[in-house]
Design a binder for this molecule. Structure first.
Ligand SMILES: C[S@@+](CC[C@H](N)C(=O)[O-])C[C@H]1O[C@@H](n2cnc3c(N)ncnc32)[C@H](O)[C@@H]1O
Length: 311
């Protein structure tokens, strides 16, 4: 990991709820560090994500564009625009912060792991972003601050997902929006998919218990033997112009993705010890319970990504 110069604690004139415990000078900007993380966090998972994102942080523009277009297919100009003040909770490498920074007024991006340094690198000189090392339960912003809050692929790695979702929604202004991506529980799939998932889940439980480098190595192998056969078969079927059949293949979302991203996702999928999965109705219910209305759950991959408006 690169060395970062620590600068002395200094008062913030901005709109944090409390002062950062430290401010670290990153390569491109200052990073505010809030140490208290609360209880609703799995510190081992966070630590591992820090390592993962420092290794896989160099997303190219094509990956950010393709992924962002898929995730944010359900957003429109009423939800986000150049006036929007936004919060990205669990930003990781900041890839979706980067995607949205071009469309949004200003984004606060937070993550409790060392991924925040990868985000600093990926976001480069982009000006309308501020980075903080902070956790969901102790977000350093007043309630009802943001026009738009998003949490992409984060809440299913947190012990109490529903509480974490409520904590995010608290930060949304009335009339503002919350966007979430949560792993689906394969409720829209048939028995073959479910069987594959059960097998892969057993592998995940075993692989995620391995120490760092060994785990990364095994996940690279899994990317080749588990993902690539489906990806290659799907690409071939697509090449033969059986496009609908190609779309029904397992892991079809990876057919237009680079091997770098597949390795990254294999590590995400098999290397993480805590993951939870939800049906479409559970996602809807959690969002409603948090005070959201006008909920839209996309029919597109990745399942499920959804947006709702705060009452
Ligand atoms: C799968 S990554 C997703 C990163 C990013 N949103 C993306 O989609 O590329 C999950 C992220 O959630 C973060 N995370 C885990 N527990 C968290 C918590 N309690 N509060 C905030 N972020 C958390 C991890 O550090 C990790 O960067």
């Amino acid at each position: 990991m690169p060395k970062y110069k620590k600068v002395r604690k200094q008062g913030m004139k901005g709109d944090f709820l409390r002062q950062p415990d430290r401010i670290i000078e990153g390569e491109n900007r200052l990073i505010n560090v809030f140490d208290a993380a609360g209880k609703n966090i799995d510190n081992k998972v966070v630590d591992e994500f820090g390592k993962e994102w420092l290794r896989f942080g160099d997303h190219d523009d094509d990956l950010v564009k393709k992924g962002g277009d898929e995730y944010f297919d359900i957003l429109n100009d009423d939800i986000i625009n150049s006036q929007t003040y936004a919060l990205d909770v669990g930003c990781g490498t900041g890839r979706w912060t980067k995607y949205l920074a071009a469309k949004i007024g200003f984004i606060e991006a937070v993550d409790p792991s060392n991924a925040i340094f990868a985000a600093d690198k990926l976001l480069g000189k982009i000006k309308n972003v501020r980075l903080s090392k902070a956790s969901i339960e102790t977000l350093p912003f007043a309630d009802e601050t943001f026009d738009f809050v998003m949490s992409v692929g984060v809440l299913h790695h947190i012990p109490d997902t529903e509480k974490a979702l409520r904590d995010c929604v608290k930060k949304v202004k009335k009339g503002g929006y919350f966007f979430v991506y949560l792993y689906y529980n394969l409720d829209r799939r048939g028995p073959f998919y479910r069987l594959l998932f059960k097998i892969s889940n057993v592998i995940r439980i075993i692989v995620s218990a391995f120490p760092g480098k060994m785990k990364h190595f095994i996940c690279d192998i899994l990317a080749v033997i588990f993902y690539m056969p489906f990806v290659w078969a799907g690409r071939f079927i697509n090449f033969l112009s059986f496009k609908d059949l190609a779309k029904r293949m397992p892991l079809h979302g990876y057919q237009n993705r680079s091997f770098f991203m597949i390795r990254n996702d294999a590590l995400d999928r098999f290397g993480t010890r805590l993951e939870q999965r939800f049906s479409k109705s559970e996602v809807t219910e959690m969002m409603q319970n948090a005070g959201l209305t006008d909920i839209v759950i996309s029919d597109g991959i990745p399942f499920y990504h959804a947006v709702g408006k705060k009452l």
